[in-house]
Write a protein that binds this ligand. Structure first.
Ligand SMILES: NC(=O)c1ccc[n+]([C@@H]2O[C@H](COP(=O)([O-])OP(=O)(O)OC[C@H]3O[C@@H](n4cnc5c(N)ncnc54)[C@H](OP(=O)(O)O)[C@@H]3O)[C@@H](O)[C@H]2O)c1
Length: 331
């Protein structure tokens, strides 16, 4: 109840920001702006919704922004829009289909061949599908896109991030954009086989499972990064509820009416991008890793999302699956 009131009133939390804060506000701090002009950030899903605003604000603050997109025409339009506002913004567009492991691998090879530094990786893209579909790797589409693609992206880019952090002395940051809906998943609904090939498909449950997997990835990966003394953090972010393209497959009288009624509870896209931008740039979060954030403040995720053995199991099984699919020995 107290949390709901805090959200509705937009009362600031310990960070000084709250549910009403916008991405521009949380990055206005001059100490963060000075350093962001030396940063390179990859932002997935930056052709729609929250990702567009995240890319716009990071570019405005001077970061070089790399946009991996499956729709390069839309990405080129977005680049033009960003550069109208920030003429000196450096935006690099590369092709990716996150649901395809081969495509993710190709993107990483292409990005690494540019020999750029990498400070920030924002795993933001996401889908919510009402119908059961499979990726080209024969894996349920929501899980393949929201979790597996980002997992491989992180695996293939993390060494570059560690190397950049060592060379520059600037801490690298990985952010997985998740959802509060992760907490709807019960323990007996979270088996690896169900994630890959669910029976009795339920779109909401599949989406929630993929978002739970995004947090478990954060938890286990943060332990691995700490163990290797890497100057790279990884955190999870719930952006809030924002009317974006993620519900585009669900348009209709009922959905539109519900969104209209709930419109006072929804965030604007700029408010939706604020927690990601805060976690990506705020000097307050130097060294903070393995945490879950909402409304620009650290928050609590579900007990399942905090389960260490579940996170360890998921990471091991995911690595084995990915390297088998790609025909490579596990790293
Ligand atoms: N909106 C909310 O209320 C809400 C709430 C909680 C969490 N989230 C999370 O916030 C993140 C951003 O969502 P959003 O609301 O901004 O959604 P959105 O407007 O639908 O944007 C999703 C982005 O993901 C990209 N994408 C989807 N499938 C892809 C694929 N196979 N390969 C590459 N890119 C792909 C889309 O690219 P295309 O332009 O090519 O489609 C688009 O740029 C998601 O992770 C979502 O789960 C959103």
């Amino acid at each position: 109840m107290k949390e709901t009131l805090r959200y509705l009133a937009g009362i600031a939390g310990p960070s000084g920001y709250g549910s009403n804060s916008t991405a521009e506000q949380v990055t206005e701090d001059s100490s963060c702006c000075v350093s962001s002009s030396r940063l390179t950030a990859i932002i997935t899903g930056a052709t729609s919704g929250i990702g567009v605003e995240t890319a716009r604000v990071l570019a405005k603050r001077g970061a070089r922004v790399v946009i991996p997109a499956r729709d390069l025409r839309r990405a080129a339009e977005l680049k033009e829009e960003i550069q109208k506002e920030s003429p000196h913004a450096e935006i690099i567009l590369l092709e990716i289909d996150l649901s395809s492991l081969t495509s993710v691998k190709r993107f990483c090879t292409e990005f690494l061949s540019l020999e750029l530094p990498l400070n920030i990786l924002i795993n933001n893209a996401g889908i919510f599908s009402q119908n059961l579909e499979f990726s080209e790797d024969k894996i349920e589409m929501t899980f393949a896109t929201n979790y597996l693609g980002h997992f491989l992206l992180t695996e293939m880019l993390v060494d570059k991030m560690v190397e950049t952090a060592d060379k520059t002395g600037i801490q690298g940051r990985i952010i997985n954009v998740t959802s509060v809906i992760h907490s709807w998943v019960k323990r007996d609904e979270f088996s690896f086989n169900q994630l890959l090939n669910p029976n009795n498909y339920n779109g909401t449950l599949s989406y929630a499972r993929s978002k739970l997997a995004n947090i478990l990835h954060v938890k286990e990966m943060s332990r691995h990064l700490k163990a290797r003394n890497a100057r790279v953090t990884i955190n999870a972010v719930h952006p809030g509820i924002v009317k974006t393209g993620i519900i585009r497959a669900h348009k209709g009288f009922i959905t539109d009416s519900l969104y209209f009624i709930a419109s006072k509870l929804l965030k604007s896209t700029s408010q939706g991008a604020s927690t990601t931008c805060y976690v990506a740039l705020s000097p307050q979060l130097e060294g903070v890793t393995g945490k879950y954030f909402e409304d620009c403040n650290e928050s609590n995720c579900s007990s399942l999302a905090n389960d260490e053995s579940e996170a360890q199991k998921l990471l091991q099984r995911t690595r084995a699956l990915i390297y088998k699919q790609l025909g490579q020995p596990a790293a």
